[in-house]
Design a protein around this ligand. Structure first.
Ligand code: SF4
Length: 330
C-alpha cells in the first residue's frame, strides 16, 4: 500500500504505564497501516498490547499513568498524537468510532436506547429532536433491528446480547465515521450471533466505504473478515501481511504456534497443541526477542538481541531473522 492510500498509519508507537517502581511497556514500537475501505485485524493473546494500541488511536489512554513514549498516529495524514482534547473530541465518534467488547457495560443502564443513540448523534451535530428520532430509527434499521420505534424506548437490559451489540454498532455509525475500531466485538456472543454481527459489520463497511480495524484474539474471526493481519506479541508486531500470506505461510514462530493451537477436523481425537509458558509481564519483558522463552527455534542470539523485521515481499514481514536466515519452510 502506498503511504497516501493509508487512512490510518501507526508509526513506531510506544505506550508505557509508569508506577512508582516499574514501567510497563505495553506497546513498544508498533507500526502498521489501515488502507481506505480495508479490514485489518490486530491479533494476539490477552496482554499483548492490542487494546492499548486501539485506545491510543482513539486518544483514550489514561495519562497518567499512561504515557505516549514515542511514535506517530497519522489519520488522514494528521498526527493525532499532537491534537489537544478538543481536536481529538472532534475526531472521536465523528471520524473514528469504536465498538467495544461487552455492550452491557458500554451502554448506560438508566437511559433508553433512544437517549443513547440520540446523544451519539448530537455530540457532533445539532439537529431538531424529531430529526434525531428519525435518524435513530434509521440507524437501528440499518443494523437490522426490527421495530426500531419501539426499541428506541427500551432500556439495554430489555434487549438480547446480539441486539445490544447492534445498538453499539448503530451508535458507532451515528456520525458516519471513516474508520471503525471493533475491539473483540463478538467475544461475548454465542456462535450464531457472532456470525450475524460479523456479516453486519461487513455489509455496513461496504455500504459506507469504511475501514475497519478489528482487535481480536480469535483467529476464526480473523480468517473470516481480514484483508490484512498484524500479529502482536508482548507489545510488538511479530508478523504482518495479507491474510492468505500470514495464515497459509506464517513466518514467525509465534504465528505458527498460534495456528498450530487451533482446532480443526484433521486433528480430531488428538491433543491440541498449546504454546508453552505465558505472555511476559510488560514490566519485565525478557531481553532480546520477547518470544524466546517460549520459542522452539530460539538460539543464543535470540536471548541477547532484539530481532530485526525481515521482509518476504508484498508487505509480508516477520520479526524473526533466525527463521529468515536458515530458510526453514513452514
Ligand atoms: Fe524464536 Fe529467535 Fe525468532 Fe524470536 S528471533 S521468534 S526466539 S527464533
Amino acid at each position: 500500500m502506498a503511504d497516501n492510500e493509508a487512512l490510518l498509519s501507526v508509526e513506531e508507537l510506544k505506550v508505557y504505564f509508569r508506577s512508582e517502581d516499574e514501567v510497563a511497556r505495553a506497546v513498544d514500537g508498533v507500526s502498521f497501516k489501515v488502507g481506505r475501505e480495508e479490514t485489518v485485524c490486530l491479533v494476539g493473546e490477552s496482554g499483548c498490547g492490542k487494546t492499548v494500541t486501539a485506545l491510543s488511536v482513539m486518544g483514550l489512554v489514561p495519562i497518567p499513568p499512561g504515557e505516549i513514549a514515542g511514535g506517530r498516529i497519522l489519520f488522514n495524514d494528521q498526527n493525532l498524537l499532537v491534537f489537544n482534547d478538543n481536536e481529538m473530541q472532534a475526531i472521536r465518534g465523528n471520524q473514528i468510532a469504536m465498538v467495544f467488547q461487552e455492550p452491557l457495560t458500554s451502554l448506560n443502564p438508566v437511559f433508553t436506547i433512544g437517549d443513547q443513540i440520540g446523544e451519539a448523534i448530537q455530540v457532533h451535530q445539532t439537529a431538531p429532536p424529531t430529526e434525531v428520532i428519525q435518524r435513530s430509527e434509521q440507524l437501528l434499521k440499518d443494523v437490522g433491528i426490527a421495530d426500531p420505534a419501539q426499541r428506541l424506548k427500551d432500556y439495554p437490559h430489555q434487549l438480547s446480547g446480539g441486539q445490544r451489540q447492534r445498538v453499539m454498532i448503530a451508535m458507532a455509525l451515528a456520525c458516519d465515521p471513516k474508520l471503525i475500531i471493533a475491539d473483540e466485538p463478538t467475544t461475548a456472543l454465542d456462535v450464531t450471533v457472532q456470525a450475524q454481527i460479523l456479516r453486519l459489520l461487513e455489509r455496513i463497511q461496504k455500504e459506507r466505504s469504511m475501514s475497519v480495524l478489528y482487535i481480536t484474539h480469535d483467529l476464526g474471526v480473523v480468517s473470516k473478515v481480514a484483508d490484512r493481519i498484524c500479529v502482536m506479541y508482548a507489545g510488538i508486531i511479530a508478523e504482518q501481511g495479507k491474510k492468505d500470506a500470514v495464515l497459509k505461510t506464517p513466518k514467525h514462530p509465534y504465528t505458527q504456534a498460534l495456528l498450530a493451537s487451533l482446532p480443526n477436523r484433521d486433528k480430531r481425537g488428538q491433543r491440541l497443541y498449546s504454546i508453552p509458558g505465558t505472555v511476559p509481564n510488560p514490566a519485565y519483558k525478557p531481553r532480546g526477542c520477547p518470544f524466546h522463552p517460549r520459542c522452539q527455534y530460539a538460539i543464543q542470539t535470540c536471548c541477547e538481541q532484539f530481532p530485526e523485521m525481515c521482509h518476504y515481499g508484498d508487505a509480508h514481514m516477520a520479526r524473526c531473522p533466525v527463521i529468515f536466515d536458515d530458510g526453514r519452510e513452514n
